[in-house]
Design a binder for this molecule. Structure first.
Ligand code: UDX
Length: 438
């Protein structure tokens, strides 16, 4: 199979590389010349564990290449994946589909022979119809089918998510396209990852419904965490207690400062808009979005309570800025809202993140960045863990106590237990475990 991937961002690059690793010939196309130049030199423009090695071995094997020229790779492709960005449109929360439609128009005139055009980007229901219309309008003679094949890749675990998926969802209408997509995913299919064929619109909705459900699950356990604090229960035990019921499942029940990232905030909002436009509101998701927005800022109250009620003029050390560990992605990270809320209350913020500081410098004002936990903790009135990087799981509390103005730990990811922290003379605040003993 010859596969051309339009867009060498996170999804396009990971998918293209993994397809090449399956044995297909893959050409990744991107308009950004500097990005393609870097990729040609073996430099990976994103942080994703394992990706650099996988790109290198597939380039070496001659199965993976990069270019800014779209025409020839599209012409010879059996399958063209559209994997360009669909950011939130400014002002209304709808997904911005201009890159998807521009890609459709550009590939249309180069299509040659039967080609399956796959939307891999996260797109609202009905986008496939529009992509089909654009291609047909631009090139009425083209022999093609537009297929939906959403990605379910978690940043930091994208390669294993791609190679060992819970399922592969493919939305299409013809046997011809089905045969091609079965061939594309043959290695996974042979490994018994279920290949779910649906209509195109159904497949598009599955992606949004899946992400919205997970966002709702996190928000549910976050509210149960607040309730646990109010009634004297332990949210981690509640999560375990309900998660062992197979109908609920134990994953995505970690209470925290609210979800962030490039997908959940954007996709829940887009689903809400699509639902409203179709006069079929998804009220649970509307509520999920607003609870999560409030939650992120409200974490500043926890910090204030931990330092005696008032953060004004106090130095607060923030550990972890990315929306989750093992990524350099700061998009919609809870840290942005938490830090802003603390600054609004007059706190002096010092921060450190193992991979996210380059992006953080662009996004955060009036923050002093340090190069490790101990440096930012110096003279701080509280240390706040916002992202659960492994490196923060083994802090030297003796050293921290010597450095800090007051020994206060606010653990917004529940990575420590009360006793192990308090035995070092620290006060300890976490999420949903008021009297916990681990
Ligand atoms: C998500 C989906 O998991 C993936 O399938 C989809 O295709 C893209 O969006 P990602 O955004 O990379 O992936 O991260 P994920 O691991 O899902 O975490 C999202 C956010 O939820 C993070 O801010 C994380 O900290 C938070 N989260 C997750 C929790 O607060 N609690 C949990 O139990 C799980």
């Amino acid at each position: 199979m010859i596969i051309t991937v339009i867009g060498s961002g996170y999804v396009g690059l990971v998918s293209g590389t993994c397809f090449a690793d399956f044995g297909h010939e893959v050409i990744c196309v991107d308009k950004a010349e500097d990005k393609i130049e870097k990729l040609k030199n073996g430099e990976i423009p994103i942080y994703e564990p394992g990706l650099e090695e996988l790109v290198a071995s597939n380039v070496k094997a001659g199965r993976l290449s990069f270019t800014t020229e779209l025409a020839e790779p599209v012409c010879k492709a059996d399958v063209v994946f559209i994997a360009v960005g669909t950011p939130s449109r400014r002002g209304d929360g709808h997904a911005d589909l201009s890159y998807v439609y521009a890609a459709a128009e550009e590939i249309a005139s180069s299509l040659d022979g039967f080609t399956v055009v796959v939307t891999k980007s996260t797109v609202p229901v009905g986008t496939g119809d529009e992509v089909e219309r654009i291609i047909r309008q631009t090139n009425p003679d083209a022999d093609f089918e537009v297929v939906s094949n959403p990605e379910f890749l978690r940043e930091g675990a994208a390669i294993s998510d791609f190679k060992r998926p819970d399922r592969i969802v493919v939305g299409l209408s013809s046997e011809r396209a089905k045969a091609v997509m079965t061939e594309v995913y043959r290695p996974l299919y042979l490994n018994h990852s279920p290949l779910l064929f649906t209509s195109r619109r159904t497949s598009e909705l599955i992606k949004y419904a899946g992400n919205a459900f997970l966002a709702m699950k996190i928000t549910f356990i976050n509210e149960i965490a607040d309730l646990s604090e109010a009634v004297g229960a332990n949210v981690q035990d509640v999560a375990r207690g309900i998660g062992l019921d197979n109908r609920i499942g134990s994953k995505f029940l970690n209470a925290g400062p609210g979800y962030g990232g490039s997908c959940f905030p954007k996709d829940t909002l887009a689903l809400v808009k699509t639902a409203q436009d179709n006069s079929s509101p998804v009220r649970l998701i509307e509520t999920t979005c607003s609870i999560n927005d409030q939650r992120k800022r409200s974490m500043s109250k926890k910090v204030a309570a931990a330092v005696g009620g008032e953060v004004r003029g106090k130095k607060i050390a923030v550990l972890g800025l990315t929306f989750k560990p093992n990524t350099d992605d700061m998009r919609d990270s809870p840290a942005l809202s938490i830090v802003q809320a603390l600054q609004d209350k007059g706190a002096d913020i010092h921060a450190y993140d193992p991979e996210g500081m380059e992006a953080a410098v662009e996004l955060m004002d009036d923050v002093t960045f340090g190069s490790n936990a101990y440096e930012i903790a110096k003279d701080a009135h509280a240390l706040v863990i916002v992202t659960e990087w492994d490196a923060f799981r083994v802090l030297d509390f003796g050293r921290l106590k010597e450095e800090m103005a007051s020994p206060v730990l606010v653990d917004l990811r529940n990575i420590y237990g009360k006793d192990e922290v308090e035995k070092h003379g620290f006060s300890y605040t976490c999420i949903g475990r008021p009297d916990e003993e681990i």
